[in-house]
Design a protein around this ligand. Sequence first.
Ligand code: GRG
Length: 284
Amino acid sequence: MNDTLQRLTAAVDRELLAGIDPQKGTLEAAMHYALMVSGKRLRPLLFLTLLEACRLEALRHVGLASALEIIHTYSLIHDDLPVMDDDDLRRGMPTVHKKFSEAVALLAGDTLLTFALEKIAAAPLPPGQVVEIMGIVTRCIGKEGMAQGQALDLEFRGEAGAIAVIHRLKTAELVKGSLLAAAVVAGFDPGRRRLLEQAGIALGLGFQLADDLLDVTGDEQQVGKKLRKDGGNRSPNAVLYFGLEAVRASIDGYYREAGERIAELGIDFPPFLALMRSMLYRSQ
Ligand code: GRG
């Protein structure tokens, strides 16, 4: 991994666990466990590398960055529950409900969400910017964002036309929100925010297609979760509906589109570009 990405990942990992004491009881132990099991930290890295691309002191905002990862972690805990995707493994480790219990997993997910909102509220920014970021992030994860995407995913019964909508809501909205939060910190005007939003959606859609591709072609050890559960018509995995070649071509298309928008913004920061590439062309 690139030095900048490594440095920022280490800072995010430290910040994620700050303020959570696993000795304080089961709830904090479960929150700590979920955050400690290391993921790729893509959403905070997008946020922080974009700030660095704008020559800002990114680590001043590591609390905000960690809030994005904490929200993502809450969604994974709930997604893994038996009433949703019913997974025993996540990031190569037992899922939170397997390690603790379903009730604790539900509560840990809820509490991580509120913990993330506390962190956004405490960001070292003028109140107007904090409110703006809170609005962006909550919209991206709520009834017109990630949670709605998950609801549509659960209801999915093989309608190929619904797949792009589910991907957009379930995955791309939080990717977009992570970039737009950085745009607020960096003071982007509406035109630049619009370009960034387009880049974020393309990146998020390409990222979800890469996830679908990995589900079909990936290695379970490397990915750290059970793969190929997507048989039948229960899962909106694009590969099952459109085939490997079409999905690979779409990923290339989204990569090109995201790259063009970022170039239009004049962003030419190698760690940010490397991160974008790693999201769409990955083996885990
Ligand atoms: C329960 C409200 C609620 C939402 C759940 C995000 C989500 C919606 C479900 C998780 C399952 C899933 C496959 C979501 C699509 C997004 C995605 C590819 C998540 C995996 O993200 P990575 O690859 O994971 O960034 P790591 O482990 O690296 O953090």
